[in-house]
Design a protein around this ligand. Structure first.
Ligand code: ADP
Length: 479
């Protein structure tokens, strides 16, 4: 596995090397161009000065040796004045047909000039060219015309050695190489230092995260760092731990409750069976014990059904798939399916519906919610009572109500009805066979649809449970 520290310092060095290379090439090329211009400019200044001398003293080249020396000295003086000391210069003068007629020094033996050079010079164009000297160094030549009466009288060649300039360029390369190497070293050391400084708190975080065991989920990471990003990381980790802890605790509570709810019917069944086996019983007594146990089995089955429904939840929420849904036929189907159960208990089940707009809903889960509400109404309404399902528009949403004429619920229980495994004392005493999971499931389903559930009740008159759902036009986010 790659180490972030290694990758960071390697990347910094590679990036720095690229930048330094580009910078060095730029400097090298720039200096070379400037030096070339400088050399050519100096050469032109020298050539023009000599050309002017020769132009003003047309016979200078034919005069005596003494005067020749004088001219040479003058040339030397001019060169000195122009700061060419230490740079090998040479001057040659050729006739218009390209033959050497005069020279100051001879770094490159040259007796004639190429025709094309003469041609260009005659046209008034100065000609620059580079050549190799006998000592292997490069020299630069400039040819210009020395005119007389508008014609080319002579062709002047000014020459300078490029040895000094090449040496300067070599020194520049050495300087750039050493400088770049030093900077790369600094970049490598610096990036390693920075990476270590930035990653040490992360290493500390992961070390303390590893020490958090399941038994101490309440522990939180503490990080003292001046860096905002690292503090945010610690905060994010702690909030994940917070949610994880809440989930684990709710799971534990749920398992405790479920075990408790399972224990009651199982204990009753065990008691019934033990009593039945204590001595010989009449067939009527056995029948009674079996009926008792059958009731407990029914309760266990109901519990299992609710637990299975909760097992389908992802986390604490039902995994709803929302789609435009017309509720009226769905409710009518559920009411039709359950009517037979209500008839058996002589409870009148009816459905009243207004024309309501479609909702964004999951048909299966909404059906489950309505079944849970009707199941309660059936269980807690005495024979001869009535249960009415209503579908209507309320405000900007839809209200699905289940109203019964049953026992009702005491006001102190109303705020707790939607807590898992909560059952009223009356329901427990009556041993209605409930599980305390029906209404919490309805609440989760309602909330997953962006809706809510509420209950109102009057003891001995009945209860009304209302499922509020938003209509399709409203944006609903599945939980
Ligand atoms: P249960 O399976 O026990 O009915 P629920 O979560 O569906 O579980 O209901 C929780 C408690 O709310 C019930 O035990 C009962 O006491 C009370 N309750 C629910 N619906 C009604 C109702 N229609 N009439 C009277 N009490 C009700």
């Amino acid at each position: 596995m790659k180490s972030l520290r290694g990758v960071t310092s390697r990347s910094a060095v590679i990036l720095m090397a690229g930048i330094l290379l580009a910078f060095s090439v730029l400097i090298y090329v720039g200096v070379e161009v400037l030096l070339d211009r400088y050399v050519d400019g100096r050469l032109m200044a020298l050539a023009e000065t000599i050309a002017k001398i020769v132009e003003q003293h047309p016979n200078i080249l034919e005069e005596s040796n003494e005067e020749h020396t004088l001219a040479t000295e003058r040339v030397q003086r001019t060169k000195d004045q122009q700061g060419f000391q230490g740079v090998t210069h040479s001057i040659r003068i050729f006739s218009p047909d390209g033959l050497l007629v005069w020279k100051v020094s001879d770094t490159v033996p040259q007796q004639s000039v190429a025709d094309w050079v003469i041609e260009q010079v005659r046209l008034g164009n100065p000609v620059y060219e580079s050549a190799r000297a006998t000592d292997g160094t490069t020299v630069r030549h400039l040819y210009i015309s020395i005119p007389r009466h508008g014609q080319t009288r002579y062709v002047l060649q000014a020459e300078t050695s490029l040895r000094r300039y090449r040496d300067t360029m070599k020194s520049l390369v050495i300087l750039l190489t050493i400088g770049s190497g030093a900077m790369l070293l600094v970049a490598w050391i610096g990036s390693r230092w920075l990476a270590r400084k930035a990653l040490t708190p992360i290493a500390m975080l992961s070390a303390s995260a590893e020490t958090i065991s399941e038994a101490e989920l309440g522990r939180r990471l503490t990080l003292e760092s001046p860096y905002q990003e690292l503090l945010q990381l610690a905060q994010a980790f702690n909030s994940v731990m917070e949610r994880f802890q809440r989930n684990v605790e709710s799971q534990r509570r749920f398992v405790d409750h479920a075990a408790h709810e399972l224990r009651t019917p199982l204990t009753i069944m065990q008691g019934n069976l033990e009593v039945a086996l204590l001595k010989a019983r009449t067939s009527e007594e056995y029948r009674e014990a079996i009926i008792n146990n059958l009731e407990q089995v029914g309760r266990l089955i109901a519990l299992k059904r609710s637990l299975l429904t909760l097992a389908k939840f992802s986390g604490d929420k039902p995994p709803v798939h929302l789609a435009p849904l017309i509720l009226e036929p769905l409710i009518r189907d559920v009411v039709a399916e359950l009517t037979i159960l209500f008839d058996e208990r002589r409870i009148k089940l009816s459905f009243e519906s207004q024309s309501v707009p479609p909702v964004l809903g999951d048909a299966q889960w909404l059906k489950q919610a309505l079944i849970n509400l009707l199941d309660n109404a059936l269980r807690y309404t005495p024979p001869g009572g009535a249960v009415t399902v209503r579908l209507q528009t309320v405000g900007e949403g839809i209200a699905l109500t289940v109203e019964d004429t049953g026992h009702g619920i005491e006001p102190e229980h109303l705020p707790h009805l939607f807590e898992r495994f909560y059952r009223t004392d009356w329901a427990r005493a009556k041993d209605s066979g409930g599980t305390g999971l029906g209404l919490p499931i309805v609440k989760e389903i309602a909330e997953a649809h962006g809706g809510s559930i509420s209950a109102t009740s009057q003891v001995d008159k009945g209860s009304i449970f209302t499922l509020h759902l938003p209509v399709q036009t409203r944006q609903t986010t599945p939980a």
